[in-house]
Design a protein around this ligand. Structure first.
Ligand code: GTP
Ligand code: MG
Length: 273
């Protein structure tokens, strides 16, 4: 049996699972859980000290699921407390604040922390991850857009949701899909089912879209040296166009990336003799 397969009381019926929340301090992990379990929102920030634990029951198809939720503190200070709680987990709610770029950039560090604590025999492949792009109600401060978040999540085979613990938007949908995916995983022998999204674009496409987003100018975007010839620009453009053409590429953000590449080429060719 897989190391983090859940314990079953009655095969085929009841199921006990463990889920944890992860993400930087103040991104809204506790509020997301509170919104779902208690249908309320607290605007005052009450930092989680170490771990908060709760139990809830949900119904998925014909099964009753007993969910043990471990809501982790995001502050680095609590690392020592957190690291005992990563093992035997079937689901992770991985949260960032769409108005805090740092909290989005930190998602890789959270995965690394979990991986390190699970040790060499730990398997992250049989855990369902639900990425929550939280605080979408704060539209004015938003700095991580949907396609950027979705691309990160889907290129890892994770679920992606836009949420607001304040308004409740996306929260029920996230938990329902999350629990169904965990039950599917348990019924699939502990292996994460292949989702359409994770199979529909390549790592090269995802990396290229990210590189284009972060490029500093048109040369950089096309991946040519400043002062490159028309031929070099056209060659680089064609390669990117084939990779990102909207007819061929369904990765989140590919349309914008494709348009940006077309514009970069036009701008560069204007100034090359
Ligand atoms: P730690 O326990 O320290 O790791 O933080 P946390 O991730 O659990 O954050 P928490 O849920 O305590 O929320 C932090 C702050 O963000 C609180 O002031 C919340 O009221 C606020 N907050 C949480 N979710 C939302 C949201 O969706 N929209 C808005 N506007 N504020 C939110
Ligand atoms: Mg908290």
């Amino acid at each position: 049996m897989e190391a983090n397969m859940p314990k079953r009381k009655e095969p085929g019926k009841s199921l006990r699972i463990k889920v944890i929340s992860m993400g930087n301090a103040e991104v809204g992990k506790s509020c997301i859980i509170k919104r779902y379990c208690e249908k309320r929102f607290v605007s005052k920030y009450l930092a989680t000290i170490g771990i908060d634990y709760g139990v809830t029951k949900v119904q998925v198809r014909d099964r009753e699921i007993k969910v043990n939720i471990f809501d982790m503190a995001g502050h680095p200070f609590f690392y020592e407390v957190r690291n005992e709680f990563y093992k035997d987990t079937q689901g992770v709610i991985l949260v960032y604040d769409v108005g805090q770029k740092d909290s989005f950039d930190a998602l890789d560090d959270w995965l690394a922390e979990m991986k390190q604590d699970l040790g060499p025999h730990g398997n992250m492949e049989n855990i369902v991850f639900a990425v929550c792009a939280n605080k979408i109600d704060c539209t004015k401060h938003r700095c991580v857009d949907e396609s950027e978040g979705r691309l990160w999540a889907e290129s890892k085979g994770f679920l992606y949701f836009e949420t607001s613990a304040q308004t409740g938007e996306g929260i029920n949908e996230m938990f329902q899909t999350f629990y169904v995916s965990i039950v599917d995983l348990c019924e699939n022998g502990g292996k994460r089912p292949i989702t359409n999204s994770s199979a529909s674009f390549t790592k090269e496409q995802a990396d290229t879209i990210r590189r284009i987003r972060n490029s500093k100018d048109s040369w950089d975007m096309l991946g040519v040296k400043p002062g490159a010839s028309r031929d070099e620009v056209n060659k680089a453009y064609r390669k990117l166009a084939v990779l990102l053409h909207p007819d061929k590429c369904v990765a989140p953000g590919s349309e914008d990336a494709f348009k940006a590449v077309v514009n970069a080429r036009t701008a560069l060719l204007k100034n090359i003799k």
